[in-house]
Design a protein around this ligand. Structure first.
Ligand code: NAD
Length: 409
């Protein structure tokens, strides 16, 4: 693990871009803290009795539009992590140029230890605790690690009951029959693949072998889409371990296997290994699990030519330095921005009472994310900086422009 906390990492990235942009100090100061932290303890009736849970919603910055970002249910959720994630959302929404600021929420809980009824009670109680601070023009949550479309439906329903009117645009990532959008379920992965295809073209990467850390929403969809497009998935890790097959893993069968058994381990079409996923012989590495996974300890062992960061914050700044000039990193704020672009399309449809078809959604996603990639690629060449540095320069520049335009600034 990195010695720095995720939020310290995030602030390091902010300072670097502030220097490159020669940002006025008041802007850097304002961006060094979230605008608002909502910190709640709330009660939930579970099978083992009434329990109190700790939850957060961090509203980092809304200069470019309503706060927007997912909700995470995970035992390691703490205020530092949620702050970092909300800062990254602010940057990401500016990189992909959707009219949103950044926010993030989370509850410290192991959702695997709760049954469906308890998860529904938890989802509803969390929204009840934060409802006065969210709304379709104020702060719009979405799913993140270990939260699902079904949970989003419970939350949107609870919000509607509390406000006396159902407003689907308050939460994105909902199921289709509850105002969700076609294409949103795999938009993070598909957006990542569109970016990857541009990146391999411009950086001349011919070999198509891939290792993926994480086989949840982002990782398993990425595996499936890449498999369909002729990439060979040679290794996959989940929270329980890693499997490897240099000939290629049948990811469709693996998804069915994981659905039944709860893990990728024991899959007959691959071997279990104790080696870290990051040491795999492959040309493309996709971290799609949690933050701070690529560190100064393992960065030197990475053999991939390109890292596509589907997870948020998977690479610690020290690791970034080690990989500079050696491995191309397509940064999280671009690589996984298909998720929030999909959320934006869902929100637009809810607001205008429209229903897009799959081809419209796909066309909008491809156009918008390719434009974002080209913009960062251009900036990185022009300033001779990495794609991550370019992302921060572009995003912080856009946020600063919006802040300068505010009346109270
Ligand atoms: P998820 O809960 O669906 O899946 C997480 C996966 O990571 C699971 O397969 C789990 O087994 C695995 N995992 C957890 N700890 C691990 C470890 N130590 N080693 C290996 N694997 C581990 O979550 P998700 O929605 O796919 O999100 C994954 C990452 O992508 C997160 O960083 C999230 O913030 C980011 N992301 C997701 C979306 C989205 O739309 N789902 C959008 C943007 C960013």
């Amino acid at each position: 693990m990195s010695s720095m906390s995720p939020f310290e990492n995030a602030m390091k990235q902010l300072k670097k871009s502030a220097e490159m942009l020669k940002l006025e100090p008041w802007i850097t100061e304002a961006l060094s803290n979230p605008q608002k932290i909502i910190d709640v303890h709330f009660r939930v009736k579970t099978k083992s009795g009434i329990r109190t849970f700790h939850g957060y919603r961090v509203q980092y910055n809304n200069s470019r539009g309503p706060f927007k970002g997912g909700i995470r249910f995970h035992p390691n959720v703490d205020i530092d992590e949620v702050k970092a994630l909300s800062f990254w959302m602010t940057i990401k929404n500016a990189v992909c140029n959707v009219p949103f600021g950044g926010g993030k929420g989370g509850v410290t809980v192991d959702p695997k230890k709760l049954d469906k009824e308890e998860l529904e009670a938890l989802s509803r109680a969390y929204i009840k605790a934060i409802h006065s601070d969210i709304g379709s023009d104020v702060d719009i949550p979405a799913p993140d690690v270990y939260t699902t479309p079904e949970m989003m439906a419970w939350m949107a329903d609870e919000f509607g009951k509390l406000r006396g009117k159902y407003d689907p645009a308050v939460i994105t990532g909902k199921p289709l029959d509850k105002g969700g959008s076609i294409g949103r379920d795999n938009s993070t992965a598909l957006g990542g693949v569109y970016v990857l295809e541009e990146a391999v073209k411009v950086y001349g990467i011919k070999e198509k072998t891939v290792a993926i850390q994480g086989f949840g929403n982002a990782g398993s969809w990425a595996a499936k889409i890449l498999h369909e497009r002729g990439y060979r998935i040679v290794a996959i890790a989940d929270s329980r371990g890693e499997i490897i097959n240099p000939e290629g893993i049948d990811v469709v069968k693996l998804a069915e296997f994981k659905e039944k058994t709860g893990s990728v381990l024991g899959f007959p079409g691959a071997k279990q290994t104790d080696k870290s996923i990051f040491e795999t012989e492959c040309s493309i590495l996709i971290p799609a699990a949690l933050e701070n996974q690529i560190t100064s300890e393992n960065a030197g062992k990475i053999k991939a030519k390109l890292i596509l960061e589907l997870a948020n914050g998977p690479t610690a700044p020290e690791a970034d330095e080690i990989l500079k000039g050696k491995t191309i990193i397509v940064p999280d704020v671009l690589a996984n921005s298909g998720g929030v672009m999909g959320s934006y399309f869902e929100w637009v449809q809810n607001k205008k009472d429209e229903r897009w078809d799959a081809s419209k959604f796909d066309k909008e996603l491809k156009t918008k994310i390719t434009e974002a990639f080209n913009n960062l690629y251009f900036t990185s060449n022009q300033r001779r900086i990495t794609l991550r540095e370019a992302a921060y320069v572009v995003a912080v520049g856009r946020i600063a422009d919006a802040m300068k335009g505010e009346k109270n600034a």
